[in-house]
Write a protein that binds this ligand. Structure first.
Ligand SMILES: NC(=O)c1ccc[n+]([C@@H]2O[C@H](COP(=O)([O-])OP(=O)(O)OC[C@H]3O[C@@H](n4cnc5c(N)ncnc54)[C@H](O)[C@@H]3O)[C@@H](O)[C@H]2O)c1
Ligand SMILES: O=P(O)(O)OC[C@H](O)CO
Length: 355
């Protein structure tokens, strides 16, 4: 029988802490599969004069990023990522996408034979030459280990309260897919494993751009019908993006939690939506609002819109993705938010007479 796996959660923000709670409890419930101690790498900072790692290890709560939620005592916060990941069998990457390359560089050549990863990170990396890379590819390339993906309609605070929801694991290897399912699944967090890894990940990244558009529609004072149009046109562009850049992508994946469900929850309940609404209403910059409204949490939508736009511009394909392009230009202040509706009205989807 295989030895129980040592798990390290790389990240401890809002979602990182919520997923550490799930994995910690599963490690307690399944000692035959997982080692009791689950390490969680914490980007160290001072909170009320104390180190966040010390607060987490004594209070068993991440008071800054997931307050009022008890973490199991076997989740141990560690400030050095190399110490946290040492000897790990499974690395669960869950940090804002802008930091993943720096963190992986610290772990390069340090992983033992047989280590595997799962990424919960929504976003892209910019490739040399102006394309985009999947975050799972950054992890695979830098650490030379396999990497599966978990995405879904998972607002962290709701998952942490144990409200029922679903998630999708993208994993081509069936045996690893089963292992990941047993690490993540609980009575209230239900997992479906599919082999369409790329679509699962691309959906998770792109829905954050659409959520920014939903926030603009709210900020402009339009109602739910307009938001539904943003969601529909956003979904059409997500599907087209996969067809063009990730051929082989399966339509059925869009019907999993990582697709339509995540799009809906983010466009109603997410941080990207909330800050983007405030951007239209206040005229402050996104960076200013992120700092004022999120207490250290990070937005993924505006930087993802930027990363996607670099590629679309390079390939002269901005006009094929007008919603993504307009959202990016509004974030950058290149287009007034009031022009957002023109983008919806003139969307190429409406120019086709019959399908
Ligand atoms: N929060 C959610 O509801 C949710 C749900 C599903 C997926 N996600 C995705 O999970 C990923 C992580 O999100 P989150 O909510 O856990 O993070 P978060 O938005 O709470 O981000 C804050 C985290 O970033 C860390 N950080 C700050 N500066 C850093 C640096 N220079 N280097 C490394 N880390 C630094 C902070 O210490 C903190 O742990 C994102 O890609 C997000 O899209 C989030
Ligand atoms: O709060 P957001 O906008 O980063 O979205 C959170 C999650 O991705 C929802 O699944």
């Amino acid at each position: 029988m295989a030895k129980p796996k040592k798990v390290c959660v790389v990240g401890s923000g809002n979602w990182g802490s919520a997923i550490a709670k799930i994995i910690g409890n599963n490690a307690l419930d399944k000692p035959e599969l997982f080692e009791r101690e689950v390490r969680m790498w914490v980007f160290e900072e001072m909170v009320d004069g104390k180190k966040l790692t010390e607060i987490i290890n004594t209070k068993h709560q991440n008071v800054k990023y997931l307050p009022d939620i008890a973490l199991p005592e076997n989740v141990v916060a560690i400030p050095d990522v190399k110490d946290a990941a040492k000897d790990a069998d499974i690395l669960v990457f869950v940090l804002p996408h802008q930091f993943v390359r720096g963190v992986c560089n610290q772990l390069k050549d340090k992983m033992k034979e047989g280590t595997v990863a799962v990424t919960l990170i929504k976003g892209f990396d910019v490739a040399e030459g102006g394309g985009i890379l999947l975050i799972s590819d950054v992890i695979r390339n830098l650490l030379n280990i396999p990497c599966a993906i978990l995405m879904g309609a998972n607002i962290a605070n709701e998952v942490a309260k144990e409200n029922y929801c679903e998630a999708t694991v993208g994993c081509k290897d069936p045996e690893l897919g089963r292992l990941h399912k047993s690490m993540f699944q609980t009575k209230y967090f239900r997992i479906v494993v599919v082999d369409d890894e790329e679509t699962v990940e691309v959906c998770g990244a792109l829905k954050n751009i659409v959520a920014v558009g939903a926030g603009f529609a709210d900020g402009l004072g339009y109602g739910d019908n307009t938001k539904a149009a943003v969601i529909r046109l956003g979904l059409m562009e997500m599907v087209k993006f996969c067809e063009v850049f990730y051929p082989g992508s399966q339509q059925s994946t869009f019907l999993e939690s990582c697709g339509v469900a995540d799009l809906v929850t983010t466009c109603y309940g997410g941080r990207n939506r909330r800050v983007s609404e405030a951007y239209v209403r206040t005229g402050k910059t996104i960076e200013q609002l992120e700092a004022e409204m999120l207490n250290g949490q990070k937005l993924q939508g505006p930087p993802t819109a930027d990363e996607v736009n670099v590629m679309l511009k390079n390939k002269k394909m901005e006009d094929r993705f007008p919603l993504f392009t307009a959202i990016h230009r509004i974030c950058k202040g290149e287009l007034p938010a009031t022009k957002f509706l023109d983008c919806l009205k003139n969307h190429p989807e409406h120019m086709i007479s019959h399908k």
